[in-house]
Design a binder for this molecule. Structure first.
Ligand SMILES: CC(C)(COP(=O)(O)OP(=O)(O)OC[C@H]1O[C@@H](n2cnc3c(N)ncnc32)[C@H](O)[C@@H]1OP(=O)(O)O)[C@@H](O)C(=O)NCCC(=O)NCCS
Length: 204
């Protein structure tokens, strides 16, 4: 082998080792930060969870309803729509630290579901709570659809403001992509509509 080629191979190998080391350090610190926090339980919400969900919604979406009373009314209506709308909560040390709601749209047979709301308390963010809540909620909703209708999911829909960083999270966790942008939609913000379409045989 020529001297120059050997040199190039050495440089590539050194870069590969550096990359591997960086990956290990990243994986270790991520694991440490999630282990440092107590785990959280994800479960289907019950009517008793309404006060906790409403209080959290006030923190996560203060602009949505203004008062605590209206926030509670909105979520009471949402929870009453079960099983069309299904709420899931993340509970840590007895407290609700996150919630999300999935809704069947276009009837059950359409197989189209929407992630309507997703919120995690600021003290518990960036630890993967939203990620695990979305995934477990999605698994439960998918199982519900199979059991009731024998059908598979056709699509997931989720909307968010164009400047909300949650967009990247939805892409990563749910596989949704921006399909359309609505101008001046909620509270004067532009909103993206993101979709994930499933093809036949896309089972999980
Ligand atoms: C958006 C929101 C729900 C995210 O909640 P979260 O629990 O912090 O989300 P996650 O921790 O699962 O993911 C957030 C980031 O943490 C990272 N992360 C995931 N697991 C992690 C872990 N164990 N340790 C450290 N970071 C982690 C993820 O990579 C993700 O990064 P990304 O944005 O680059 O994809 C939360 O910020 C929130 O409630 N915001 C206000 C309401 C809102 O805007 N809701 C969504 C719009 S409708």
């Amino acid at each position: 082998m020529r001297k120059r080629e050997r040199g190039q191979k050495k440089v590539i190998r050194a870069a590969q080792i550096q990359l591997l080391n960086a990956w290990f350090i990243m994986a270790k610190s991520r694991m440490a930060s999630s282990i440092a926090k107590s785990p959280c339980e994800i479960r289907l919400a019950t009517p008793d969870d309404l006060p906790g969900v409403a209080a959290l919604a006030q923190v996560c979406f203060p602009q949505d309803n203004g008062t605590a009373e209206l926030t509670e009314l909105w979520h009471r209506s949402g929870m009453a729509a079960y099983p069309k709308t299904q709420y899931f909560v993340a509970v840590r040390e007895g407290c609700i630290i996150g919630y999300c709601s999935w809704s069947f749209i276009g009837g059950f047979h359409s197989g189209v579901i929407e992630l309507e709301q997703l919120g995690v308390h600021p003290d518990h963010r960036n630890q993967g709570v939203a990620t695990v809540m979305m995934k477990e909620g999605l698994t439960a909703v998918r199982a519900f659809l199979r059991e009731k209708t024998g059908r598979e999911l056709h699509a997931i829909k989720v909307d968010t403001a164009t400047d909300n960083t949650a967009q990247a999270m939805y892409r990563r966790v749910l596989g949704t992509e921006v399909e359309a942008t609505l101008k001046d939609f909620l509270f004067g913000n532009d909103e993206v509509i993101m979709l994930k379409r499933f093809s036949i045989g896309d089972k999980e």
